[in-house]
Design a protein around this ligand. Structure first.
Ligand code: ADP
Length: 210
């Protein structure tokens, strides 16, 4: 995944030359710019890797006709959940609300995934779920999390091979912070990862920097 959004003046100039004259060899571009082929090589490599230009052996360079936005969109369609997922924090459905709060602090996460005895996903616990349960006068050590969690089948999930952009859309649409990454099993769904808004932000930054 390579993308260059900010092109240098020289790269813009090369693009224009190829647009007007392509297919054109590196040598011919260099002549038009009064530069050597060697000086031009890094720019041509960048423009080709970023998808603005295509190169065919013995033919030369030609313009792909793709804008920076189109290329960005294309690159977004190549980022998968498995490249950015984090390790999930999972608790048993019978754990108390008190212990879940402790786990959230200790593990430094905002969402816990709840599983049954056979480690299959049964629910999700967010910070607000735990806050809500803490407002009353109940004894938090005696309320199991399965009472207060968002339960299956209402849990929004994703898989390793899903596109990260689709997961980002789900986070926005459902107004949630995290999604479990699951693997289908005979008994249900095993939690194998998590995607949060932080993972999406990390992918966004990587896309901008590469
Ligand atoms: P917070 O409660 O900290 O704002 P969220 O916005 O993620 O965090 O959670 C809002 C509500 O959505 C909570 O009740 C939570 O249980 C639920 N929720 C969180 N993640 C999911 C998910 N992946 N699928 C379904 N419900 C979820």
């Amino acid at each position: 995944m390579v993308i260059t959004i900010e092109l240098t003046k020289r790269q813009e100039h090369i693009l224009q030359i190829v647009k007007d004259n392509g297919p054109i060899t590196g040598e011919q571009i260099a002549d038009q710019l009064n530069l050597t082929r060697a000086t031009l090589r890094p720019d041509l490599a960048i423009l080709t890797m970023a998808g603005y230009l295509d190169a065919r052996p013995r033919v030369g360079y030609f313009y792909t006709g793709k804008s920076g936005t189109q290329l960005l969109t294309e690159n977004l369609q190549k980022i998968y959940v498995k490249e950015y997922q984090s390790i999930p924090v999972v608790i048993n459905e019978n754990v108390s609300v008190y212990d879940a709060i402790c786990t959230m602090f200790l593990e430094d996460v905002g969402t816990l995934f709840v599983v049954d005895q056979s480690t299959q996903l049964v629910g999700v616990l967010s910070r607000k779920d735990l806050l809500r349960a803490s407002i009353g006068k109940q004894d938090l050590t005696s309320i199991p999390v399965h009472i207060i969690m968002t339960r299956m089948p209402n849990v929004t999930m994703c898989e390793r091979d899903d596109l990260l952009i689709d997961v980002a859309k789900k986070l926005i649409e459902k107004q949630i912070d995290a999604l479990p990454v699951v693997k289908k099993t005979d008994k249900g769904f095993e939690v194998i990862g998590r995607i949060t808004k932080t993972n999406i932000t990390r992918a966004f930054v990587a896309l901008g920097e590469e």
